[in-house]
Design a protein around this ligand. Sequence first.
Ligand code: SF4
Length: 476
Amino acid sequence: MNTASTEFRKRVRMALADDELQHAMGRAKGGFVLNRQKAIAEFPEFHQMTDAARDIKDHVLMNLDLYLEIYEKKVLENGGQVHWARTAEEASTIVEGLCRRSGARKITKGKSMVSEEINLNEKLEKSGMQVIETDLGEYIVQLASEKPSHIIAPAVHKTRNQISKLFYKHHKPMGYADKVSERKEIVQQARSVLRNHFVESDIGITGANFLIAETGSSVIVTNEGNGDLTSVLPRMQIVVAGIEKVIPSLEDLSVFLRVLARSATGQEISAYTSLYSGPRANHADEEGPEQYHVVLVDNGRSSMLGSEYQSMLRCIRCGACLNHCTVYNVIGGHAYGSIYPGPMGSVLTPLIDGHENNTDLANACTLNGLCRTICPVHIPLPDLLRNHRTQQQRRKLTPFTGRFFFAIWVYLVRRPHFYQIVLALPIWVLNRVGRKSGVIKRIPLANGWTNSRDFPCPSAQTFQRQWRAEMRKFNA
Ligand code: SF4
């Protein structure tokens, strides 16, 4: 087993043994799912909209170069600048250079998964800048020196008690003597602390839910309004976005807005949908940044174009596949060891970070297919995970024992008659062991299964034997 695999298993074991995490995940898992169901039930055109969203994304991906060029031209016309980054390192270096050259000391940030992907905070902090996350969930994980554990709810793994302690520890030296524990008090205190940072910030950095080619606008969809204060108040605004975020027009945006919030949080629409198209116009605008930069990040995305993984570039980061994933809901996001957890992360991470470091992700899945059903842009996530498994098997990245057993299994299933003979004995033995209690507590070489659950006692005969017996009776 390679080091990445050992580490993954270690993280999973820790997550399963972490009572507070289990409590937080147990409390969170139903809410998003039920709210989504309700929102969809109230919007009969939802499925038509998801088809339209998929088609728009597919059209853009077929013509990505064209739409990115139109988008860039529009941003330049609006007075902004566009920077192209091939890798994560290039992207973070571009942003760090912009911040350093402008003499920035304090930087506020809106929630941006791509900025996590490129390790932006670490880069800026190494250069001596103070980075403040302003999304409440991101702010909480920043105080805890952690990474987000969910792409739309970064602190979903934290209990209220943990947040209360964190705030007390970090805010007491700032003069907040009382420990806050009620939801409203926690939000109020975060607002109060963040307000000063917004005012003092030199540069605001956000991600983008969409980039609109026809207007050169970046769109952010939030529920807290922090993205707007981050964008508008500082003297420079930097938008960091993956190249796949571009869509053709405002009309297309209306399709995505109708599926995004419903899929993500079950809202009809998020509280704030803001479009930014450039710096403040001289003399015309009283507020807004003096400089507007967009950093377009490739980082493995263009190599997905034209490949069997192209559909993954449709992802609008709604988080619905995480909310519905049986594995994610038990182990939480950090166990994946990647900034993108859950089904979408298990597909995406090996594509941008390599299979070698992420061999277990494709296997951390029951292939129940629910993520495919609920994905608002119809990404066939289980098929893509299966592709990953095949590639890993071919490249011999999976453990030798797994490959050995699969080789035996393939040999047997290609010889059905022999398969029957070989299986008859172990099934008979398992039946003898478990027939009294109806379950088997322990199976040699299958501890991974029986350590946490009982194995149901199989019937004394294989299905095919029973079937043949039935057919004989039927024909007699
Ligand atoms: S893969 Fe689909 S369901 Fe998952 S985050 Fe992306 S768009 Fe949402």
